[in-house]
Structure formats: structure tokens, C-alpha cells
Design a protein around this ligand. Structure first.
Ligand code: ADP
Length: 292
């Protein structure tokens, strides 16, 4: 107890007990006091070994003060960046909306076309930055969830309304098949919106003709949502890879290879599952379930 700060005394007892039971083998960023009461950080690796029928704990510690310092710096930098980016984006959005709505006077079709293009690209940029920052938050363990009961169909309707224009641009039918008798589910609404945007955006992106279909239904004790497309599909050998960070089977502009990784993290935080079924050349079917 003498070598650790008093504030972690309770945590310390629990964690050392776990180490003793063999259920904890690595404790990251454990603070330790120097003689002068300043703190440094270590990773503590522990394993139980048996020697001549006696059990011992074999521990090794590694000074990670520098790494922790760098991680803290990186985190506060990312916080600053994500905060600072929000303002210019909302100002830009407000500005072009005012012009597009013709609040400031009429615009001709050529000007509208240019502004539409600017809007598309700003939205794309916002999505990209958002994905990078979201991944960063997951990794630093800083993502917070706000769970509340929601009607998932309402959310699906809202997202598909927002993304309707993407499908329209490619002449794809956006079909909704929603079970009207679904119970409400406890979810983080904004995060589920992000999952739906990722899946629908992908479905449109990788489909050149046909449809994108969104289905909701109750299945056992879960709500199941399916985003299906008649697009290019995914080869069997690639299916295992696409949920991994930065994976893009074929590079497409505007993608980060992060969308599915983020979606998986979000669905798993809801104690659900996400997976894909696909026939190469025919289309893909992304499914996720969330327990009711
Ligand atoms: P991004 O879309 O930014 O490339 P994702 O993580 O969302 O990243 O997707 C990873 C990869 O999975 C995509 O680059 C693509 O190769 C494949 N993929 C995702 N959705 C589909 C889909 N509906 N049809 C075909 N391939 C897909």
C-alpha cells in the first residue's frame, strides 16, 4: 500500500485479489509513488507459477510514464481538434443552406449545381473526419453512451429520408420494409444513426443498379435490421476482413475503411451482433441484431 497513491487503495485491493486468482494478467498504467511522492506509471504483468507445489505470482513491471504522457497529449489534442472542427462545419452548412434556400435571393441552375456539389463534398468531408475522430474516441476508451428507449423504425425512416438523395442520384430504389409492431429498444440513438448511415451509404456506394432495401423485424428476443443491396457483393475470402480497421477491398474515394469497424464496436456495445451475407456479383446483406 505504501508504494501506490491512496486514491486507488480500493481498486488496488480488488485488482491484486484478481491477480491472485489468476484472472488478471496485465494492469496498464498503474500509478506508483516515488520517494518524493511524485508519481510514475507502469504496466504490471502478472502470472501464476507453481514451483515445488507452491503457488507464486511472477510479476514484471515496465515503466510506461513516457507512453502515458504521449497518449494523454494525443487525447487532449484530439479533443481540441474535434471541438474546433465542429464550429467551422456548422457555419459552412448554415451559409450554404441560406444560399440554397434562396433566402438571400434567387440563384440560377448553374450556381445551384455548384453549391450542390460543394454541399456533397462538405458532407463527405464531415463524415470522414467524424469517422476518424470516432475511432480515436473508441480507442482511448472515451466514448460515452446515452441509452434510452427508442422506436427504431422512426430512426430508420429519418436516416433513409436524409440519404434518399444519394440513392436517387444513382437511380436506385430505396425500399423500406418495416415491421410496425416492434417494441421500443434501449439504444444510443445517435450511435445507431451512425451505424445506419454507414450501412446505407455503403449499400448505395457499392451498387450501380437495382435497389437498397432496409428491413426491420422482431426475431426471438431481438430487433433485427437488415440493409440489403443488389450491388457488387463481397467475395467469400474478403468477408472476414471488412469489419477490420482500414480495410477497403477496392479503394473508393471518400472512404476510410473505418465505417464497419465503428459500426461493429457500436453494435457490440449494445450487446448485439452485426454480420454480412453476400454473393459476389449479386449483392450484400448486412444484418444487425439488438436485444430487446
Ligand atoms: P469504407 O466504406 O469507408 O471503405 P467500411 O468499413 O464502411 O469502409 O467498408 C469496408 C469495405 O467493405 C469497403 O471498402 C468495401 O470494400 C466493403 N463493403 C462494405 N459495404 C459493402 C457493400 N454493401 N457491398 C460491397 N462491399 C461492401
Amino acid at each position: 500500500d505504501d508504494i501506490h497513491p491512496k486514491e486507488i487503495a480500493k481498486e488496488l485491493a480488488e485488482k491484486y485479489a484478481k491477480i491472485g486468482r489468476g484472472s488478471l494478467s496485465l494492469w496498464e498504467n498503474l500509478p506508483i509513488l516515488r520517494k518524493d511522492q511524485s508519481t510514475f506509471y507502469v504496466d504490471l504483468y502478472a502470472s501464476i507459477i507453481v514451483l515445488k507445489e507452491k503457488k507464486y505470482i511472477l510479476g514484471s513491471i515496465r515503466d510506461v510514464t513516457e507512453r502515458k504522457h504521449l497518449t494523454d497529449m494525443k487525447n487532449s489534442f484530439m479533443d481540441m481538434v474535434s471541438h474546433e472542427l465542429r464550429t467551422p462545419f456548422s457555419v459552412i452548412k448554415e451559409s450554404y443552406s441560406l444560399i440554397l434556400d434562396e433566402t438571400l435571393g434567387t440563384i440560377n441552375s448553374q450556381q445551384r449545381e455548384m453549391l450542390d456539389m460543394a454541399k456533397d463534398n462538405i458532407d463527405r468531408l464531415a463524415r470522414l473526419i467524424n469517422q476518424v475522430l470516432t475511432t480515436e474516441r473508441f480507442e482511448s476508451g472515451k466514448m460515452e453512451y446515452n441509452f434510452a428507449k427508442h422506436d427504431i423504425n422512426k430512426i430508420i425512416n429519418q436516416v433513409s429520408n436524409d440519404l434518399q438523395f444519394l440513392a436517387k442520384k444513382k437511380n436506385l430504389k430505396l425500399i423500406l420494409k418495416l415491421d410496425q409492431n416492434l417494441p421500443k429498444v434501449k439504444i444510443d440513438k445517435d450511435k445507431i444513426i451512425e451505424v445506419l448511415i454507414n450501412l446505407i451509404d455503403n449499400a448505395v456506394k457499392f451498387t450501380d443498379q437495382g435497389f437498397v432495401k432496409i428491413t426491420s423485424r422482431k426475431e426471438n428476443k431481438n430487433i433485427k435490421v437488415i440493409v440489403e443491396d443488389s450491388g457488387r457483393g463481397i467475395k467469400e475470402e474478403d468477408i472476414g476482413k471488412i469489419f477490420q480497421k482500414f480495410t477497403q477491398i477496392e479503394r473508393k474515394p471518400g472512404g476510410t475503411g473505418l465505417g464497419l469497424t465503428i459500426s461493429k464496436t457500436i453494435i457490440e456495445a449494445h450487446k448485439g451482433q452485426i454480420w454480412v451475407e453476400s454473393i459476389y456479383g449479386k449483392g450484400s446483406k448486412f444484418n444487425f441484431i439488438i436485444p430487446i
